[in-house]
Design a binder for this molecule. Structure first.
Ligand SMILES: [Fe+2]
Length: 204
């Protein structure tokens, strides 16, 4: 079994000026390390169990109590999911289905963004912000470190420090934190709503 570092669905500088190429590279260095660690750590015990994909490793590591492997595999999985949900800024409109879902769940884009920022503010240390449909409504769930507490997420925002420090630290001396500024900029400019819509449709 070998897990590959999948190519980005866009160029390294495609997310500028919201996320710089340097920040994308910072993620990618870590992501490559996670993938390498999975390939190193998932030994014969995993292969015997028919573990073939990254999803399999995440599930099996939990089952086999492989905490260290689960952390690495989850971080690799989370990064794949994060990249898939992004696109170059200012190139797509909200699909009608997404518009309806956001209206039902948040009334409009303002609370959608501000509730994510509030979760990001309260998350102590590194982690991820997951958007998922819970009890019929889209909701943000913050999770520490590598955790993915929702079974079927439709979007994620990486809020580890490497995600925002290079691009947003200078703006945060007074006012909102660099993490909150980053979350706002990503949600307003980089979400690939077509991908989110596809993920939502799979839940129907
Ligand atoms: Fe990252």
């Amino acid at each position: 079994m070998t897990i590959d570092l999948e190519p980005l669905p866009f160029a390294e500088d495609a997310l500028e000026p919201i996320i710089s190429a340097r920040s994308v590279q910072a993620h990618r260095v870590l992501e490559a390390r996670y993938v390498d660690a999975v390939n190193r750590m998932a030994g014969p015990r995993y292969v015997r169990r028919g573990v073939k994909t990254l999803d399999d490793v995440v599930a099996a590591a939990r089952h086999l109590e492989g905490q260290a492997l689960w952390e690495q595999a989850s971080q690799a999985w989370n990064h794949r999911f994060w990249w898939e949900g992004l696109r170059a800024p200012w190139r797509s409109k909200l699909p009608p289905m997404i518009r309806t879902e956001l209206m039902i769940s948040f009334k409009h884009m303002g609370p959608f963004v501000s509730s994510a920022q509030a979760k990001a503010r309260r998350l102590f240390g590194s982690g991820w912000l997951w958007l998922a449909k819970i009890e019929g409504r889209l909701q943000w769930v913050a999770a520490e470190n590598a955790a993915r507490p929702v079974r079927w997420p439709v979007l994620v925002v990486d809020v580890w420090e490497h995600a925002y420090w290079l691009d947003y630290a200078a703006e945060s001396v007074y006012g909102p934190s660099s993490r909150e500024l980053f979350v706002e900029a990503v949600l307003n400019n980089l979400v690939n709503w077509e991908v989110v819509e596809e993920r939502l449709k799979r839940l129907l």
